[in-house]
Design a protein around this ligand. Structure first.
Ligand code: PLP
Length: 388
């Protein structure tokens, strides 16, 4: 089976992990800061706070931006549940903004309409979290301008988009957001096994996230309320978590980052081959956007119902049966039973639902060989043309 995504671990990665294992620090050592500096430098942003996964990064980002009980957080339904769940951890309410069916990202007109309606009811969001689906940046400049005009803060869920760019800057620069979050789960662009990082330009927000990462405890005399009582002394200033990443993982992350540009270039080359191969077989291709360089975490096509005699479900099953490990991204979050219990209904976000009904994510990872790529294309075209 050719999987839809797969990590790439080289001998350099293995060596980096072994030297971290043999060092004095297995966690909370210098490799974590090294990883943070490497990625914040790459993104051109002041701060990176590395944590145990992107869900934790979203949680501390939302909390550092003062999201709390009764606040409202808006995101899109076309995402992984964690984007919304992090707001629920803090007792906030979640609502959704529909997507654009071409980019599959947050729709600017839908956001405009939602703000206009929210002003009338007085229920404005404290925070809006656009998601860079499949690695393509949302149109962040107008989104951020709109959010700021209504007093809302912005977090970018860039779990799919490390290595991508928008308007000439890397995703993660935080040009148009308060915090940008990355994931290093093995199916994402670079991996630390489990891991995530929250990028921020503002030092105060970064400090708050760093504090929340380690129980709310500080050993920094500059942050303490009282005088230090000795070298053992620390203060707990806030109720935080243990969301640390290990030095072992950070060493792997730093080693992986060296190949980030190469990975994203290969992902783009694969996407170009898919685009050309599928240009007139009836399937819907991922939208592009001027001014954005996608990291192509995913290559998700739309299978119109009945194409080649197949429903999406039967096309999916046929691909799996033929050794193509396809997947579906995403079941709209508002349709998950937990969110349905909160009052969300089918039909509320028609574009996210229409996307889900047609979505098939094809194999997309940098070590996909040209032979495997040809095999995927052959199978997909045969099915679309009713020959399978
Ligand atoms: C993977 C993912 C997350 C969660 O990442 P973890 O590191 O697994 O916690 C959040 N949002 C999106 C869009 C994701 O794809």
């Amino acid at each position: 089976m050719i999987p839809y995504g797969r990590q790439d671990i080289t001998q350099d990665d293995v060596d980096a992990v072994i030297s971290a294992l043999r060092s004095d620090f297995i966690t909370q050592g210098p490799a974590i800061e090294g990883f943070e500096k490497a990625l914040s430098g790459y993104c051109g942003v002041g701060h990176g706070i590395a944590v145990c996964n992107a869900t934790a990064a979203l949680h501390i980002a939302y909390e550092a931006l003062d999201v709390g009980p009764g606040d409202l957080v808006w995101t899109v339904p076309n995402t992984f549940a964690a984007t919304a769940n992090a707001a629920r951890f803090l007792g906030a309410e979640v609502d959704f903004v529909d997507i654009d069916l071409n980019t599959r990202n947050m729709s600017l007109p839908a956001l405009e309409l939602k703000f206009a309606a929210a002003v009338k009811t007085g229920r404005l969001p404290k925070l809006v979290t656009p998601v860079h689906f499949a690695g393509l940046s949302c149109d962040m400049k107008p989104i951020a301008e709109l959010c700021r005009s209504y007093g809302a803060k912005v977090v970018e869920d860039a779990s799919h988009a490390v290595g991508g760019a928008y308007r000439g800057h890397k995703v993660g620069s935080c040009d148009y957001s308060d915090v940008t979050v990355f994931s290093f789960h093995p199916v994402k662009i670079v991996t630390t096994g489990e891991g995530g990082m929250a990028m921020a330009a503002d030092a105060g927000i970064a400090e708050r996230m760093a504090l929340l990462r380690t129980h709310g405890i500080t050993r920094n005399p500059g942050w303490m309320r009282g005088e230090s009582e000795g070298p053992w002394y620390y203060e707990m200033l806030d109720l935080g978590y243990n969301y640390r990443i290990t030095d072992i993982q950070a060493a792997l992350g730093t080693s992986q980052l060296k190949r980030l540009d190469h990975y994203v270039a290969r992902r783009n080359a694969i996407a170009d081959v898919y685009d050309a191969a599928f240009s007139d077989c009836g399937i819907g291709l991922p939208g592009r956007m001027d001014g954005a360089y996608s990291a192509f975490h995913l290559y998700t096509v739309h299978w119109p119902d009945g194409l080649g005699g197949h429903s999406r479900r039967s096309a999916f099953a046929a691909m799996r049966a033929l050794g193509i490990g396809v997947n579906v991204h995403y079941i709209p979050v508002h349709r998950l039973p937990y969110y349905a219990d909160l009052g969300f209904r089918a039909g509320q976000f028609p574009n996210a639902e229409a996307h889900y009904q047609q979505a098939i994510s094809l194999p997309m990872f940098p070590t996909l060989t040209d032979d495997e790529l040809s095999r995927v294309i052959k199978v997909v075209i045969a099915l679309a043309e009713g020959r399978g």
